[in-house]
Write a protein that binds this ligand. Sequence first.
Ligand code: SAH
Length: 566
Amino acid sequence: MTQSTPAIVILGQGSLATARRIQQVYPAAQIHGLAGRVEGADRTYQEFGATVRELYQQDTPIIALCAAGIVIRTLAPLLLEKGAEPPVLAVAEDGNAVVPLLGGLGGVNVMARDIAAGLQVAAAITTSGELRFGTCLLNPPSGYALGDLELGKRFVSDLLAGHSVRIEGAAPWLDQAQLPEDPQAQRSIHVGSAERVACANELLIYPRSVAVAISAEVADLPNVVRAALQQANLAVQALACLLAAETEMASTNLHEAAMELGVPLRFVSVLNDIEATALAAVPQAKVVIANDMAIAIAEQPLDVAQIGRARGRVAVIGLGPGAAELMVPAVKAELARATDVLGYETYVRMAGPFRDDQIQHCTDNREEMQRARHAFRLAAEGRSVIVVSSGDPGVFAMAAAVLEALHESDDPAWHSVDLEILPGVSASLATAAQAGAPLGHDFCVMSLSDNLKPWSIIEKRLDLAAEADLALAFYNPISRARPWQLGRALEIVAQHRTPQTPVVLGRDIGRPGQTLRTTTLGALTADQVDMRTMVLIGSSTTCTFPRATGGDWVYTPRWYGEKPIV
Ligand code: SAH
């Protein structure tokens, strides 16, 4: 089973030392500390319950340093839902107790033993089968699939009740187990790739040792593959991967088939006939032809990562303004799967920490097109690349550069890459939300940077947008190299707006040391703004009123002209 990186969740400063010791067992795991209570964690969170439930729903293994009861109460509402069941453990703050709570089939007991070994205590394993036999029979190692869970549970309880067992086939991981073995036993653990009828006396475990070569032209692929396996008397659970030609890499038909069958898709250069192709991809295998498909059957589980190569991927992601809570879950998942991370150093650092096996390629902020091409070169080799932007990648950021690089290229390998743009919360929206709703009606988003466009077009757009009475959001408002442009922009806006027009200045929103100020167009001067500031200028209807907690709320009503009577 491929285990994703666990999250270590702590509630108080006193747990940090234990959390760091657990981190030595899982170097890629991050420590999530409660904001205001924990200094020096890798990530902070605001609310324990919401955080733990979110991790659980994302199938992230959870190591919580707190009372088991707290974790149980927190997750209880989710337990009746079908869906993810990652390993969940409670560990005592002082590291003296390690209690596996959930995720028995996800390897929680293995984790408990590993953590306990790291903390030099004994794990509080309560699973009877595991205690008796020293292994969880229902959770075979990666490369093997259990036939049927419900039958399996009955099988284990039979063994617990005193029945003996024999092992048929190669089960190297059971060598260390303390099973009541007897060559004459009625009950058997059967390991093999052949299809077998499930029965109560047999625990079926399939080695994922079979690969099927497929073609994008074939309709209804999943069923055709299932039929081929059946014809060859192979269990569908023994399927380790599908093989396809490199030239068909972008075919949705292939990817949907792999998704439905729940196996990876690997690409190979095609030889004269399908049999030769399958054999070249899986040299140690025996190849049979069934239902017009070539099936490679190995003795051992296949190491899929060594077969052909994967389709490369470029994901252009938006981190949001900075705070982890404002990053969309799809981006978090993408950060975990990437092999390579490209971006301006500040943003790459913001996106981390990364595992040792993830390569960081930090570049200067100005080298956008070079970075975009680099991403495709890596992905064309089969790597899974992330291009990082702050906020949203489509707002004055990398997404357009990546698409431009692809548009300019006629390399089929670049066009075969799996390209996806994952959105983020843009600085204007994050700032607006903190101020209230200054962008609550029509608004216009502009970058004041004249690095990539002439200043004359900026002046023209400012003039027209201000005249059109749109609220305005200015990105890149000022920099050392562009000192006078903001002053000029404000002069143009002032020709169409009163000096009382509300202005919001958000600096480093969602990052440490963030500031939010409300002022007016008349009082705004360029020296109050720097390149880390978002400038929001209201329209003629934007208004403010005091908040009970101090400061002001700013909003632009939904209506325009006459206020509607509701
Ligand atoms: N793609 C980014 C914008 C990049 S342009 C996004 O969607 O947010 C960079 C400009 O965005 C900065 O000059 C600043 O004006 C604004 N900006 C980015 N992050 C910000 C933040 N956390 N707080 C305030 N402004 C920010």
